[in-house]
Design a protein. Sequence first.
Length: 132
Amino acid sequence: WTGGPSIAELLLEHGVPARGRAFASAGSGAAPGRTAGVAEDFAAARRLVSGAASGPDPLLVALPRRTPLSPDDERELRALCLARPTVLVALEQDAFLADFPEAAGRLSACDATPAMRRAVAGEIAGAMSRVS
């Protein structure tokens, strides 16, 4: 997952302002964002975007999950989607996408390789240019 440019870096190449934020380090040998709980990451992101200076730009959450989200993860992700327009990208399993109709957008990539991240960034940049 960490090899090659991030989706945020690739969006910048398309002229789309973006900042990346990695998942917090996971304990117990679990991979950050993949099998570890991410509720705290979502809660931290929600706190950041709820500020007055956060702006109207959508938030992109790319999840390289191989396991289902826990109830805590789901609750925090739902709160994040409600706090700000959020686009969800599934980079591994995508079953969770249907559970978040409050997301501003949902994209199933089911692959976290650099080539797929490039394709995801291109799709998102194209969609944003059609809206602008």
